[in-house]
Each structure stands twice: as C-alpha cells, then as structure tokens.
Design a protein around this ligand. Sequence first.
Ligand code: CAA
Length: 264
Amino acid sequence: MAGKNVITETLDNTNGNGSIVLATLNRPDALNALNDELMDELFTVLDGYEKDDDLRCLILTGSDKAFAAGADIKQMQPKSYMDVYKEDFISRNWERVASCRKPIIAAVSGYALGGGCELAMMCDFILASETAKFGQPEINLGVMPGAGGSQRLTRFVGKSKAMEMCLTGRMMDADEAERVGLVSRVLKKENFLAEVVEVAITVAKKSLIATMMTKECINRAYETTLSEGIRFERRLFHSMFSTADKTEGMAAFIEKRDPDFTDE
Ligand code: CAA
C-alpha cells in the first residue's frame, strides 16, 4: 500500500482485534500540497484499506508543520477551465475519501488549509494537535474552495463563521476549531500521534459492522430531512438484530465480560 507521497504503516496493537493503518502525507518540500499523484496514491491506499477485513481504522495525518497546505497551487496555476473539466479535477480522486465505508480519523498538526482543511473534513472526525491551524484561503488566490469547503465547513461551523473564514481567508487555531465544532478534540502536541492511535484502537475494537452502519447513518444526517434520517436509522438499528455481534455484545454486558466481536 506504500507510495512516495503517502506512506502507510500497519499498526498491530489492538490485542488481536485487527490492525490500524497510519497513512502519512509525505510531500515535505511543499507542505504536503495535494497534487494529483498524491491523491491517486491516497485513492489506492483507501481501496486497499477497504478491501482488507483485518484493517479496522485508518489514521490520515501529515507532518508536524502541515497536515496539508491545500491543493497544489503550482499544479493548478497553468490549468484552463477545459483542462479541469475534462479531467474531472477533484471529483475524480478526492471524493474517494468521503466515500470510504470504513472509519477514517484525520490527525491534524500544523496547517490544514484550503484542500487540506477540506480533506480533513471528508474524514469521519478530526483530532487536532494544539499546533493545528485551519483555513480556507482560496479567496487570496482569486478563487474559492473547490473540494467541498463551502458546503462542509458551513455544516460544521454555521454560516457566519464559514462565510468569514472563506471571505477573509484567515486561519483558525485549534482552540477555536474545537469551540466551533470543526474538530472533536484538541490534544497536546507532545504525545499527539500516540494519543490518536489510542483513539483509533478504541474504534478498531468495536464491531466493524456496527461501526460502518453508524458512520453511514451519521453521514445520512447531512443528506436528508430529520424524519427520513430517523427512519433510516431505525431500519439500520432493526437490521442489527440479525448480527452475531449484537447477540455477543449484549451477552457480554450481562455476563460482565469483554465482548468478542466477529463482524458477523
Ligand atoms: N501548493 C503548492 N506549493 C505549496 C503550497 C500549495 N498549496 N503551500 C506551500 N507550498 C510550497 C511553497 O511554495 C514553498 O515551496 P518553495 O520552497 O519551493 O518556494 C514550500 O511549500 C514552503 O512554503 P512556504 O515557504 O510558503 O512556507 P511558510 O511557512 O512561509 O508558509 C503557508 C506556510 C502559510 C502554509 C504558505 O505556504 C501558504 O500560504 N500556502 C498556501 C496555502 C493556500 O493558499 N492553500 C489553498 C490552496 S488552493 C486549494 O486548496 C483549492 C481547493 O479548495 C481544492
């Protein structure tokens, strides 16, 4: 699964409960600017992750200085409208992150700007180091967010904050990002990745079926009305009564022991 722009490592520290993938964006000279090659590699990594039943949670991270400083401006600068239209720029490979059915945690240190912020928002939740800085500075380049920022940021933080961020291009620090609900938690920079791995282990230990259905259900909240979302949730919840993991999880609680989930 490894490439030069996205380095992957499999961590087997869930005590026999499957493995975690640590996927690290690796274009240090460009602050992990997201070019086509990198996004194609990430696409391949996610395909491999989704296909391998032993892999139960993926952490997407960057360097201490930058999660990603945006789409690659040098690659975009010469492109015309017909170039980006014909190659289906962004839709072709970026959306793979949002369509992944298994859990992805974004672990953000340093800059998450433009496409970097949008990439983090495509993940299931964002854990931020206290060094993290988020922003949608595309307005400074004479353009606007193009990988979902105008839509996802608005859903995360509301109209006023999203509008201000996108119209001024200013950066938000980690504390502000937590306060407004963009990130789930801010963690100390010293043990940042180790703490993220602990969270990933917690996710990896659950029933993968329940995890995937929960993810599908929460994402549905962004796509539909409340009554349809609740109907969708109820149907999935009912369907879980056909799984061995539901029987095992509830039996383990009653018998005061840890559950042994089999993803069936
Ligand atoms: N694309 C291409 N290269 C980038 C880049 C980007 N988004 N961001 C940084 N780099 C490159 C710089 O050009 C520089 O390369 P050179 O050494 O060859 O000159 C290298 O990374 C280091 O960057 P800086 O010297 O600028 O580092 P800094 O610490 O002084 O500043 C920064 C850091 C504030 C993040 C600054 O690099 C910056 O503003 N980057 C651009 C951020 C941006 O505008 N992002 C939005 C991109 S558009 C987009 O993402 C569209 C979309 O919605 C999909």
